[in-house]
Design a protein around this ligand. Structure first.
Ligand code: AR6
Length: 173
């Protein structure tokens, strides 16, 4: 039975087997947590590693080594852009399921790579503008659904601001 926790931290500093990146479809780096991960891991090596995939679909994730990070792996997940979901409830449902898919895929990658501990940022809630409360509920519910069969012992929801941290703490209580 895996444990779920939330912390307020820079995800690049965490001593876990894998950290998750909130990437884009091109996998060529960017701002937010993606920029921080590229700087800390070593942008040149990381860009060479992600180039092999030629991109990643929204809702999917791909693995690379962690290079200079304490984490052994980086799982690059591509979350949905919320503005696309402003087309009504069907579009919102689609964004919800794409976000859930990011978490599910990362737990699958964790199982495939014998990852015992994994940390997630709040995917899509920065530059991609997904509502943080809605995203936190999806993150916690999806991980809870798939964790048991995965072999993952520890999941950390890594918040980078107080609001997000409070949302996770409420959901995990
Ligand atoms: N550690 C943990 N969380 C962080 C860190 C950090 N060092 N830095 C930011 N966050 P965002 P998105 C939080 O914008 O919305 C990039 O350009 C941040 O506060 O990083 O999925 C990519 O290349 C927020 O809660 O990712 C894509 O183009 C969360 O991480 C696009 O942004 C996600 O914010 C992806 O946008």
């Amino acid at each position: 039975m895996g444990r779920l926790d939330s912390i307020l931290a820079d995800i690049t500093t965490l001593q876990v087997d894998a950290i998750v990146n909130a990437a884009n479809q091109q996998l060529k780096g960017g701002g937010g947590v993606d920029g921080a991960i590229h700087r800390a891991a070593g942008a040149q090596e990381l860009l060479a590693a992600t180039a092999k995939f030629g991109g990643c679909a929204t809702g999917d994730a791909v693995p690379t080594p962690g290079f200079r990070l304490p984490a052994k792996w980086i799982f690059h997940a591509v979350g949905p852009v919320w503005s696309v979901a402003r087309g009504g409830s069907a579009a919102e449902d689609r964004a919800d399921s794409l976000l859930a898919s990011c978490y599910r895929r990362c737990i699958e990658l964790a199982r495939e790579h014998d990852v015992c501990s994994i940390a997630f940022p709040a995917i899509s809630t920065g530059i991609y503008r997904f509502p943080p409360d809605r995203a936190a509920r999806i993150a916690v519910a999806t991980v809870n659904e798939v964790l048991d069969e995965s072999g993952v012992e520890e999941v950390i929801f890594c918040a980078f601001n107080d609001e997000t941290h409070a949302l996770y703490c409420d959901l995990l209580r």
